[in-house]
Design a protein around this ligand. Sequence first.
Ligand SMILES: Nc1ncnc2c1ncn2[C@@H]1O[C@H](COP(=O)(O)OP(=O)(O)OP(=O)(O)O)[C@@H](O)[C@H]1O
Length: 423
Amino acid sequence: MLFEIVSTTVFGAIAIKAYTSKKGLSNDSGKIQRIMSLSGLNVKDGEDTHTTQLIKKKQYYWGWEYRYRIPLGRSFDDYASKLRVLEDGLNNRRKRITFADLKSLQLDANIIDNLRTLWKTKLTERKEIELAYDGLLIVRVYDKALPTQINWNDALLKSNTWSVPIGFTRNGETIRHDFDKDKHLIIAGATGFGKSAILKLITTMLIEQQPENVELSLIDLKGGSAFHRFRNCKQVKYYSRDPKSAMDVLTKVQNDMQKSFEHVVDSGFEDVKEAKIKKRHFIIIDEAADLSDDKDVMEIITDIARRGRSAGYYLIFCTQYPTAQVIPSQTKRNIIARLCYVVDTDTASRVVLDECGADKLPDIPGRGIYKNNVKRYTVQSPFISNQTIQQIIEPHIVKEESSHEKEDSDEARRTDSITFETL
Ligand SMILES: Nc1ncnc2c1ncn2[C@@H]1O[C@H](COP(=O)(O)OP(=O)(O)OP(=O)(O)O)[C@@H](O)[C@H]1O
């Protein structure tokens, strides 16, 4: 009897709370506005104070979206710089139990224990916020945080395409970068946040999806730690792990690219896709900052970024130090797609993405912002283990030869690669 009274009362209270929440009577809109005011986003104009005005709110299965008109004198960046303040404010221990939570509860004699577990889970749950701007400030509050690790699985492979997964959004959408559409890619992020991991994933997927058509130039200026295992894959045409040989590699790539460029353009086509050429060459540079002092090298990189799109020479340019010197504006202009993991300053975020935001990402490896010319997504990149990489690339590895023989076979492959296979 006592159990029934207690459980009915507790359950009833929670149900009322959950009902008001569902009806939008108890959402975060007021709190967000208060945090905005208290964190200095109001604008004083003589006697008047202009605040951020809520225009619309809508509930989705993942949480809430709020749209605000921002006062004159404020920019989107002012709000983006307060992202952490907003997030911490919303997470300051006020936890909400929803209908979905209640539905998942077992209504048996363990109801009190079940409620306790639910409450404990709620205490450790963290809401995440995303900001965007389309004339109105958009604040998306997600009930559940993105997972901190999402493992790669072979369902992500798309055979015979140049499309690779970059990450998963909170809505469960898989964001892919299609090199035949967006061509080159800049990847940046502070040390230890997943640049090499995504480079290895992209390289593995390109080899597996297009084993006969992909050609790789791997420039690994971190001493070879990222790309060494791919070195003897038959798809690897050039490999370098020091700035001096990187110059040689890039010069050869530029010469090859020139031939492809002339072949495509002289045949009256816009690019390799239109010319129905199957081969694509990827120049993947891990730690481009180590090349930035060499003017000649940087000129070649800029040339690849500019003309490679037609010639089928795609650049993946990765750096831990995103400054204007490391990513020159001409290179940037030709590389629309960017993937930025956590960086330490808003200046670094702006260099990569042309806006702040990557400096406000949580300190989670693989958490990044991917931007192409259409959209911007916050994603968690898939993670592939070295063991899985090894299994996938094993059939593509050619037997290690003596270095002299390797040079010869590299030369042979070089000659082969000039011939383009057409449909
Ligand atoms: N997508 C991911 N999901 C989960 N964990 C990841 C992910 N990417 C990387 N990590 C973890 O972070 C570690 C560091 O990643 P990685 O070596 O790619 O960083 P990095 O940015 O290349 O750093 P550095 O510039 O210092 O080489 C990995 O060993 C792995 O444990």
